[in-house]
Design a protein around this ligand. Sequence first.
Ligand SMILES: C[S@@+](CC[C@H](N)C(=O)[O-])C[C@H]1O[C@@H](n2cnc3c(N)ncnc32)[C@H](O)[C@@H]1O
Length: 218
Amino acid sequence: MTPAKIVSTICRAILPPVLFKPVARLQRKCNKIHARKALTGATRLHLGCGNHVLNNWHNVDLEGPAEVIKWDLSKALPIASNSVELIFSEHFIEHIPKPRARKLLLSCHDALRPGGILRLSTPDLDALIAAYQQERLRDWADVEWLPATPCQMVNEGMRNWGHEFVYNKNELFELLRECGFTEIKSVEWRKSDHPDLDKLECRPFHQEIIVECHKTSR
Ligand SMILES: C[S@@+](CC[C@H](N)C(=O)[O-])C[C@H]1O[C@@H](n2cnc3c(N)ncnc32)[C@H](O)[C@@H]1O
């Protein structure tokens, strides 16, 4: 449970119902002020970082070590427009529903400077379906996911670990286009033409969709 959720649960337990809503509103306002302040001047954002904290980046997640900026990424980023150079996110976008992802990606596009780059990595639905069709149950054994049956594998892949929406390449590229990104292309695991986006993924490669795209320079 996140610290914000703990505070909210305690408030709900001890406050009379009439006070709960205004206190919760105040708490959300304070969180936003805190996150906005922490993100002031940020030029590289690492979204949904978990425990993988990158040096010289502003790392953002609902939870994680103290240096992580705590923010609910199903909401727009509290950051100035045209201020960020690079955004990186690994195995996170599938954790929020697609309409929320759209909102976040629109906000990423707004936050990026013209010419700025977004790099995303997310599990590939097509890879999951191929593993299902070929009954390959041990594809993710190295990360200790050993589904019992192909049917179990698809269901777990879609629903476990807090997954909300698993993309295939077409769906993700179309969403990125809708959010204004251009030069959308698949890139290799841990490889980028941009030196600061190189060698960033921390997870072993499992046929993820890994994409880089740009905010068009004016
Ligand atoms: C599978 S982990 C990935 C962590 C890290 N990027 C990695 O590859 O190891 C997904 C992360 O998304 C975060 N997360 C899920 N929903 C979130 C939300 N609404 N706002 C911010 N972070 C969220 C979780 O806290 C978790 O750290």
